[in-house]
Ligand binder design. Sequence first.
Ligand SMILES: *Cc1c(COP(=O)(O)O)cnc(C)c1O
Length: 351
Amino acid sequence: MTVSDGMKRFERKFERIPRLGLTRLPTPLEPLKRLSAHLGGPMIWVKREDCTGFGFGGNKLRKLDYVLTEAGDADTLVSGGVVQSNSQRQVAAAAAKLGLDCHLVVYHGRLTPPSEIYEKTGNVALNRLFGATLHDLPWTGDRNRAIEVLAAKLTAQGRKPYIVPYGVSNGLGAVGYASTALEIAQQSSELGFAPDAIVHCSGSGATQAGLAVGASVCLPDSRVVGIDIDAEPDRVRGDVIAYSREAAAFLDEPFDEACIEVVAGHAGPAYGVPHKATIDVIKLMGRLEALALDPVYSGKGLAGLIALIEDGRWNKTDHIVFIHTGGEPALFAYLDALETDTGAPPASADS
Ligand SMILES: *Cc1c(COP(=O)(O)O)cnc(C)c1O
């Protein structure tokens, strides 16, 4: 079977999968000419998943577009994340668009705030702007338990909550994200290149799961490489495999664990703590491409990609697609960390 057969078959499959249509798809695929020249190759492209449409965009909106088709007659979305979670900001934005209430568990203590503004600006300010009700709770290490307890409380009060899991990661979220691989296949074919690799940062796992399952159907020669930004590569890999299995079963496609690659060593000292390589790459991309990356996800992801390039992983003439998964609002919460050249604030004692 040729690549385009796989692509067409997948296209037809996706036409039958329900989605809300809130997001602006396809997102652009653009060349990063100045970065590619700066590195002396390979050719790097960026898939602009930060441009998914509303509420400052990001990869979670694409997952939500599919996941929220299951919300039924819910009147409230319930989710959670750390103070600067992009995921919960996108849940809050989707709730506003859909006319639903939104209750969010805000976890404190997964990381030590880099400075005072961390608690006030960026995503947490947008959560309030989009009308969400915030519930401050301590981080316990269990991502979803407090969200479930909050949903049970709301049910007892007569509400109809729909739980969006931490990071909008579940099987259906991964199914939705497989559409990104399809878009990359279509767009790269129109632009006249075949990606040798698709590289992105990986956290709660459904993004990589969707890309891996999707690429194995319509971009079989492209390696999907997830950069662990949680400093928990084994947990990330396990979750990616679990969501990949669910997505492959839903899509009725084969799935081989060997296509899951999670690269460790680029997360810095801990989740949410930027290190020098991340801060340097954020500044570099601002000057070269006017592309704003964030210190928690996309900055670490691109720092990881550049390190792999410098290790000689690819040829100078290869084509690499970097996925900008979003997260720009968090940049403002970390401005103090960006001011220093030495980079990282002290690592958290409790993470
Ligand atoms: C959530 C997030 C990711 C990681 O996606 P997962 O599906 O959780 O692995 C990457 N980048 C940004 C900006 C995010 O908000």
